[in-house]
Ligand binder design. Structure first.
Ligand SMILES: [Zn+2]
Length: 315
């Protein structure tokens, strides 16, 4: 055999072995080349029914995992760092038991932090079910009250489990696994309950997420000089035009913007103006109404996005 041919055959086998090894050891190999990939796998059709692949994600040990759960026109965000869990909001009343079953299927027994960003039903609707079904170490809500049945249900659940209603202090930093949870804002006695929304920045190594509840531009103005620059922004108030002011978005400078809303809603969320502003910034926009539950997985250096198709009716 000629030397040249022999070299070609050897090269071919080296390349072949490289691809086989890559495939078996890490079938995300091709996706990782692209840095960030959406929809690289479908974890399951319905997160409330199936658990197998979701469980693979939740059992990742070292990565920070953030689930923007598709709860229709509402918010619910599950965060795992090492073996500790935090839940920001719990969807509408009808989502409560579904969320409980889903979290149980993932093997969650305890929430280190349970946060109700503010007292509207689409954020604390399912909170009483969460409190009644899991061990809750710390419960936080802003210092404001309403007289709705939903809010009283949360208070009753807290009382029956002897869990304190804590108001987070602006500027404090909490520890979730090996991530930091910085309290940027929590309002009180506001005309608009949305403006009491607890705003949180989650940091894991070089990667950060900003969660804004339903805070409007009024709050955005108040926190404009805080440390709000983040890789991922949970867009305020389901993409409402009364949030996401240009000056605020310019300060956050998100690479990724997550909008939690239903496909059909009475408010016209997300608003075109907001979408245009985010596009102008070059942020990649992911909507739960289109993608279902959106999962961000980060090793502290980069973020990979996956989605779980859901069949919420947008209610
Ligand atoms: Zn809301």
């Amino acid at each position: 055999m000629k030397k040249k041919t022999k070299r070609k055959i050897v090269s071919f086998f080296i390349i072949l072995i490289f691809f086989i090894v890559s495939f078996f050891f890490d079938n995300d190999f091709f996706f990782k080349l692209k840095n960030t990939v959406l929809k690289d796998i479908n974890l399951s059709k319905d997160p409330f029914d199936k658990i197998a692949n979701d469980f693979d994600v939740i059992s990742l040990d070292d990565d920070l995992i953030v689930f923007f759960l598709d709860v229709g026109q509402a918010d619910s965000i599950l965060i795992k760092s090492q073996n500790e869990f935090m839940l920001i909001d719990a969807g509408n009343n009808a989502d409560g038991i579904k969320l409980v079953n889903y979290f149980k299927s993932l093997g969650i027994k305890e929430f280190k932090y349970l946060i109700g960003t503010h007292a509207h039903e689409d954020h604390i609707g399912g909170m009483d079910d969460i409190i009644n079904n899991f061990k809750v170490k710390n419960f936080y809500m802003p210092d404001d009250v309403t007289t709705t049945r939903t809010f009283y249900d949360v208070l009753d659940a807290l009382e029956s489990k002897s869990i304190a209603f804590k108001v987070p202090e602006i500027g404090t930093s909490l520890k979730l696994g090996n991530s930091d949870v910085n309290v940027i804002y929590a309002g009180s006695n506001k005309e608009d309950l949305n403006d009491t929304s607890i705003v949180i920045k989650l940091i894991y190594k070089d990667i950060s997420f900003l969660f804004t509840g339903d805070a409007t531009s009024n709050v955005e103005r108040e926190i404009i000089n805080s440390d709000i620059k983040s890789n991922v922004l949970k867009v305020g108030h389901h993409g409402s035009k009364y949030s996401s002011s240009a000056v605020f978005l310019n300060k956050v400078k998100p690479e990724y913007a997550i909008i939690s809303c239903a496909e059909i809603n009475d408010y016209g969320h997300p608003h075109e103006v907001v979408i245009n502003k985010l596009n102008k910034l070059g942020a990649q926009i992911f909507e739960t109404s289109k993608l279902g539950t959106i999962v961000a997985i980060s090793d502290g250096k980069k973020i990979t996005f996956k989605n779980i198709e859901t069949n919420t009716d947008g209610g």
